[in-house]
Design a protein around this ligand. Structure first.
Ligand SMILES: *C/C=C(C)/C=C/C=C(C)/C=C/C1=C(C)CCCC1(C)C
Length: 245
């Protein structure tokens, strides 16, 4: 039985609940910012800013529900989390594609990134959603490793593979800077997610962290990767817009 008071409270010793609330507000504010600032940049950057805003807007809606789910039950909102990611990570692949399109990126490049990200997320979902209540190390490690294959593909593409090569061949400094920034987000920002994953019962870090810390890591990582990356795209767009007008 849940009362309204349970849904809206933030216990003072619960940083997970705190980050769900601040995450929600930050994603909503970032969306408004990206949508409004579209008018400040050159035409060719408007779609990138739109996608940045869509990423944070989709996250904001999911945080609205995840926040209440967690406040009411104290459980990880696993399904909502993965639905959010299944929409927003492919949109981040589209950011890659939009940056590289002037450098000759084909839609096959986009599809490879999307397939790798869906692979990564489906395996991660199986690892989390079908982990037995007490935890099963074999289960979580197996699906974690399968998921990491998709992650490594995207990481490789960003640093050495197709994305990096297209950026190298491009004569635009904005494209080179943009892809380098994205590559750093994938290397350092995205690496926070597997740490969160390992906090679940039976996970490699389950003796150090609590199961609810899964969401603490995910919430921090989402803020960095969704808002932070959007801001980097925004600042590149702004500097390019000034130099060409
Ligand atoms: C906005 C959401 C983003 C950028 C989500 C990214 C998620 C990941 C990079 C997740 C990666 C995982 C692994 C590499 C292994 C363990 C399972 C996952 C799904 C947490």
């Amino acid at each position: 039985m849940f009362y309204l008071a349970d849904i809206v409270s933030i216990p003072k010793d619960d940083p997970v609940a705190f980050t769900f609330f601040t995450g929600y507000m930050a994603m909503a504010a970032a969306s408004l910012f990206f949508f409004m600032e579209r008018s400040q940049v050159d035409r060719k950057w408007k779609t990138s800013l739109l996608v940045s805003g869509l990423i944070t807007a989709i996250a904001a809606v999911h945080y609205y529900y995840m926040r209440d789910y967690y406040a009411a039950t104290g459980e990880n909102p696993t399904a909502l989390r993965y639905i959010d990611w299944t929409l927003t990570v492919p949109l981040m692949c589209i950011e890659f594609y939009l940056l590289l399109k002037p450098a000759g990126a084909k839609t096959s490049f986009l599809w490879k990134l999307i397939i790798a990200s869906v692979w990564m997320l489906v395996a991660g979902y199986i690892g989390e959603a079908f982990n037995p209540p007490g935890g099963d190390t074999m289960h979580s490690v197996t699906w974690g490793v399968i998921s990491t294959i998709g992650y490594v593909y995207i990481l490789y593409s960003a640093w050495f593979g197709e994305a990096a090569q297209l950026a190298d061949a491009s004569d635009s400094t904005a494209v080179k800077k943009g892809i380098k920034a994205l590559a750093w987000f994938v290397l350092a920002g995205w690496a926070i997610y597997p740490i969160g994953y390992m906090c679940m019962p039976g996970g490699w870090l389950s003796s150090v962290f609590q199961p609810s810390d899964v969401d603490l890591f995910y919430n921090i990582a989402d803020a960095i990767n969704k808002i932070g990356f959007g801001l980097v795209v925004y600042s590149i767009a702004m500097s390019e817009s000034k130099s060409t007008s």
